[in-house]
Design a protein around this ligand. Sequence first.
Ligand code: ZN
Length: 259
Amino acid sequence: MRPAGHFGSGGANGAGATPGGCPYCMSGKRAVWNPDKERPMAKISAGAIGLVVALALTGPVAAQGTPAQPDKRVEPRKTDKTVEALRKAYWTAVRSGDFYNKAARKADDEGVAGVASLMRAAAKVEAVHAANLAKALEEMEATKGKADEKAAPAVKATKENLATATELATAARETDLPAARKIAEGEGVREAARVFRDAREGEIELVRQFKDASELMDLWKKSKKDFFVGRTCGYLVEKLDLTKCPVCGKGRDDFEKVN
Ligand SMILES: [Zn+2]
């Protein structure tokens, strides 16, 4: 236990301490004070000396040279689960975006131009999500970690790709992102919780579009389709008939046309 008010210079991971003790109240210095040599202090009761020494030893200096004192600052960070959820969501967005890009090329090859447009728009949505997730990790001074071993979904014919795309977006919407948001809220990381919430809104619209395209694929063959993707949060709309983004509140200028 550290005395109240002694935060040392520990970073976000709780490591590190001010060498020589707290620079403000000098409590760390007391750790090396030997009461037996301090004649004027000899009258202080043994109990009081014990208390002072005990308090001093629990201060920042204790970890530097007192093996008897367990260093509790190596405890896991209270935001570790949020970092893990951000990394998982980041790599999922990267993997999904990669799949959508490949599926777009496949749809072009098959002459399903409207679906190719949708897949490109979906890839843009995932790129925005990935960027926001990466930014949230950066703000928490955490790295992106490594891509997990999970293989990217295989690209097949457009009809099957639409089914896979629906599955990807549905999993993100129904399971992954709501669970991640709960973790971030539970650990009090509001910014990460907001990123998860906004990303989920984007996935809701993607699911709707993928389903439409699956059911009406013949109609989507004729020509490219215009979509508009919010650069800030990744929200996707078919028509830019809004004055501001319903998710992040940015104006219509924030939307980028993808077709
Ligand atoms: Zn937005």
